[in-house]
Design a protein around this ligand. Structure first.
Ligand SMILES: [Cu+2]
Length: 177
């Protein structure tokens, strides 16, 4: 590397430093099964290009499971129906592959749980926000809930994606750290 290149690299580092140390707003939510079993957590981090969602799950049935953001900040067992329908402030239909879609609460892929009954998924979506002042905020109107379903989401069938029962739930409320 030439001296000029080193100098440019240093200048870039110094210029970026104030931003590199600014902490992104984040919120971590525990998720529980209907019998109270700890099934992991989801961490929401507000980035410039959208909301980053990182799910770390355990103690779940092997296979693919739909994951959605539902409209109420309520997780009453055993059926978690209190979480209501999918979060849908934009008034669309269900499914990432639906031409009339998608709900704000729809996520781009299913959660895959392996033979060890654990799994992880990460998404960055520009149609959700952690900013409580935003109309598509997961904290708007008292918050929302993250639901894991028994079956995978077919990404098309309105309004549920044929995802079956709700097997785990986490209440999404503040405060954002
Ligand atoms: Cu759902």
């Amino acid at each position: 590397m030439s001296n000029i290149r080193i100098a440019l690299a240093l200048a870039a580092c110094l210029a970026a430093a104030p931003f590199a140390h600014a902490k992104s707003p984040t919120l971590t939510v525990p998720i529980h099964a209907a019998d109270g079993t700890d099934v992991g957590k989801v961490t929401f981090t507000q980035k410039k290009n959208g909301l980053h969602i990182h799910i770390v799950a355990k103690n779940l049935p092997v296979g693919d499971h739909a994951v959605h953001i539902h409209q109420n900040a309520k997780c009453d067992p055993p059926d978690f129906k209190s979480a209501g329908a999918h979060f849908n402030p934009d008034g669309k239909k269900h499914g990432m592959n639906n031409p009339m879609g998608h709900h704000n609460g729809d996520l781009p892929a299913n959660l895959t749980i392996g033979e060890n009954h654990a799994g992880e998924a990460s998404f960055t979506v520009n149609y959700l926000s952690l900013d409580a002042a935003s109309p598509n905020s997961i904290l708007a109107n008292g918050g929302t809930a993250i639901i894991i379903h028994d079956h995978p989401d077919d990404m098309m069938t309105d309004p549920t994606g044929n995802a079956g029962n709700r097997i785990a739930c986490g209440v999404i409320t503040g405060p954002v750290q």
